[in-house]
Design a protein around this ligand. Structure first.
Ligand code: ADP
Length: 267
């Protein structure tokens, strides 16, 4: 509770009384704390690649590196860290846009099989590098109403994670089916994105949708992760009035269950 008091005076300057103000600031305070935590996290995340860029550039500039191979590998690090900064900033901007609800969804009929087919094509080469088999089980006739670009973003994030966190020779699968109306509930499409990957420890499961939360920082970094993918996914799913949950077993694999309304109800 926030407490304020102001003395009040008449026009002739004589004392009239006190004005007391009581305000419940718990919500505001909570938002402030979240905000400053986010800023602290962002600064920390940006500092690491910037330090690497500066450090390696300095070494090269000092002329201390004589052989070609070493200097090339330093330049590669500078390039990769620049790339990483770019991705981080892109994800941070995206998240802040979505969180402030500045993304009006553009609904259109989406042919689910074609959408996922085109996403699979994009991801095929990174899956092939790890000998990962990708499988799609979606009824050819399934259409749904959604923002196609946002839907693409959801699946790109979930599927690139599935590939990153699955060891060589594993499997990644997407299934979709429309779930018929049950007792007045609106009809929805259920997507299951599963992998035979490293899995997520039980204690981490409740936190993986949080911004910058990673089970294993080093692994996320080496796979090019920003730690923001799943929070972006969660927000986009909620904008579509859908839900997402996760089930996982360490060493066996992970499954994301995504429910989205089949049709867009205009209120
Ligand atoms: P990142 O950029 O680190 O992948 P995300 O927000 O996309 O960030 O995911 C958060 C964390 O959740 C990851 O760092 C990883 O630890 C875990 N994770 C996400 N997807 C999977 C998956 N399919 N299998 C195992 N762990 C996963």
């Amino acid at each position: 509770l926030h407490f304020d008091s102001v003395p009040m005076f008449e026009d002739d300057g004589s004392y009239r009384g006190m004005l007391f103000l009581l305000r419940d600031v718990t919500e505001i305070r909570k938002l402030e704390v979240m905000r400053s935590e986010f800023v602290a996290n962002v600064s920390h995340e940006l500092k690491t690649p910037i330090a690497a860029v500066k450090g390696f550039a300095e070494t090269l500039l000092s002329g201390g590196v004589k052989d070609e191979e070493t200097s090339r590998s330093f330049l590669q690090i500078i390039y990769d860290e620049g790339d990483r900064l770019n991705r981080l900033i892109g994800d941070i901007l995206e998240l802040s846009k979505i969180e402030s609800r500045r993304v009006p969804l553009e609904y259109s009929p989406v042919h689910v099989h074609s959408l996922l087919g085109s996403i699979f094509e994009v991801l095929q080469s990174s899956a092939a590098k790890k000998f990962i088999t990708m499988k799609l089980e979606i009824p050819e006739e399934l259409f749904m109403e959604a923002d196609e670009d946002r839907l693409r973003q959801i699946f790109m994030n979930l599927l690139s994670n599935a590939i990153s966190y699955t060891l060589d020779g594993g499997r990644v699968k997407v299934t979709a089916e429309s779930v018929a109306e049950i007792s007045g509930e609106e009809e929805k499409v259920r997507f299951i994105i599963s992998d035979t990957g490293i899995g997520i420890p039980k204690k981490d499961l409740p936190r993986i949708f949080e911004r910058f939360y990673r089970v294993d920082k080093a692994r996320s970094r080496s796979s090019g992760g920003t730690g923001l993918g799943l929070s972006i996914v969660k927000h986009l799913v909620e904008l579509h009035h859908g839900t997402i949950r996760v089930e996982s077993k360490v060493g066996e694999g992970t499954m994301f269950i995504l429910d989205l309304p089949l049709l867009h109800n205009v209120e």
